[in-house]
Design a protein around this ligand. Sequence first.
Ligand SMILES: Nc1nc2c(ncn2[C@@H]2O[C@H](COP(=O)(O)OP(=O)(O)OP(=O)(O)O)[C@@H](O)[C@H]2O)c(=O)[nH]1
Ligand SMILES: [Mg+2]
Length: 609
Amino acid sequence: MNYRSDIRNIAIIAHVDHGKTTLVDAMLKQSKVFRNNQMVGELIMDQNALEREKGITIMAKNTAVVYQGVKINIIDTPGHADFSGEVERVVSMADGCLLLVDSIEGPMPQTKFVLRLAMEMGLKPIVVINKVDRRNSRIAEVLKLTEDLFLELAISADQLDFPVLYASAREGTTVAELGMQGKDIAPLFECILEKVPPPKIESGPFQMLVSNLAYDSHKGKIAIGRIWRGKVAPHQPVVNLGTDGSVIHYEISEVFTYLGLKHLKVEEAEAGDIVAVTGIDKVNIGDTIASPEQPEALPRIEIGEPTVEMTFGVNTSPFAGREGHFCTTRQLRARLYRELETNLSLKVQDTDSPDTFLVKGRGELHLAILIETMRREGYEFEVSKPEAITKIVDGNLVEPVEVLTIDTKEEYLGVLTEMLNKRQAQLTDMRNDGHDDVRLVFHVPTKGLIGFRNTFSTATRGASIMNTIFLGYEPYHGDIISTRNGALVASEQGIAVTYGLNNAQGRGCTFIEPSTLVYEGMVIGLNSGPKDIAINVCKEKKKTNVRSSTSDIAIKLAPPVQLSLEQAIDFINDDELVEVTPGNIRLRKRLLTQAQRLRNISSARRSVK
Ligand SMILES: Nc1nc2c(ncn2[C@@H]2O[C@H](COP(=O)(O)OP(=O)(O)OP(=O)(O)O)[C@@H](O)[C@H]2O)c(=O)[nH]1
Ligand SMILES: [Mg+2]
């Protein structure tokens, strides 16, 4: 076996927000892959519009820098648990990883998840305690906790021998010893060169595993992955080995390698490198591209199962077709199935109704990002409340359970415990830092977390952070009764006016501004009591000739509570839908008229009797 000393392949892994993409910024900036006058800004790799808006990484991406003649291929991964499938998809390209740990938060649930994955893949880890510039950082303690995590997860003894660096990714500095004055990121590069094993290369006919796909309007599908054996060059004949056992012959068109944000067209690339190749139009992630001389498939990429599902249906609201470019069943279906090509942890199924599809994902955010992406592309559709995916194992009903970690203040303990009790949560750990900060850890069935985020941030006034991670399946804990208040529902189609909305605000809070177009059955607010109430928000004040001293004073409405897409999905009940169009997100009752809803309630009552 030979090694390539001119390359290192590393994945950057961590819990959400611990600074992975910022560290990639620092590596890119220091290795001068940009022109001197080029404005590159921050979180350079997070180029997708939604990534920029949300400030999180959604998709894993490749880049590379050169340090002292050695090319370091870098894979930036998302830290949010809902996008774990992305990490699973790409780590096999690397030989080592940088495990970032925030100097205040310390190892978090997702830190454990990604470290376990890295250990299983046999990656050589380097621990980077990041954000050491932060006041209140507790570096020694965080390092101790990280060591404990390694003790728990290491598969072989050599995995316990990991180097540690201290970084401020934001300032672009790393040091090998605490107390040293950091000046740049060179110690990190040195450590990577020294500790990450250079890629092994097998000589022989070409073989590469496809870990990612990209599209180009001229070049078509671009297959991205690591070459495990042999070499690849333009015009070389290859076969694509599909999951279904298919073997299709192609000719490679072009070969690219990475440098900074650029793709470099090359005449040849060799085992150990990460490349992008074109010319293979029926390729999927997980396929092996190989020489026809020795067409052997590499082991497939294993991706965890989805835990939540919701339906995506053709928009059936009275405003259907007004705002979207793509509104038909055929278009919706094609778009959803196309998503499966790159979104590996997603699943799509047809249902008994031809206009409705069941979409399964790794969490509410995973599904919400798909919804938002489709809406921006011009799709119009309706989605239902997410539900936890239950299964039958050995004849017993089981359901997904998650670990919920909450960082909060002592004053919110009571209210949080009460809320979570109703959601079948069990407190498994509670730590107090001796001041006011508390960390709570619960085990909660996934179904109990649906609809929790909104109430959580309201109850703790936005001052607490929650994180969840999949734990496993447990016997079904029984149903949870929804505790949400009733909805304020528009009783007529028209334009909402101040007077009508003011009436609605007498019953609860409202979600829409005056002048909003509404239809009968649209949810326009939240009642302060448990029942749904139909209200005519389009109703103008009756004109009279009599002036009263008080009623003519201009009505002052409370500003509406504007729900984001994620909040809207989190908010709705089983008998409601979210209508998603490029221009609007509306909430509605499934049954639009009050008569239908009343009939439904009475028939449900009859069937109970
Ligand atoms: N003070 C300080 N803040 C940092 C440092 N590194 C990153 N941050 C900040 O932490 C936040 C998250 O940084 P990101 O680089 O997006 O974190 P990430 O790990 O890529 O996040 P995901 O990809 O969403 O998991 C940003 O606001 C950064 O500016 C650091 O060294 N010091
Ligand atoms: Mg990131």
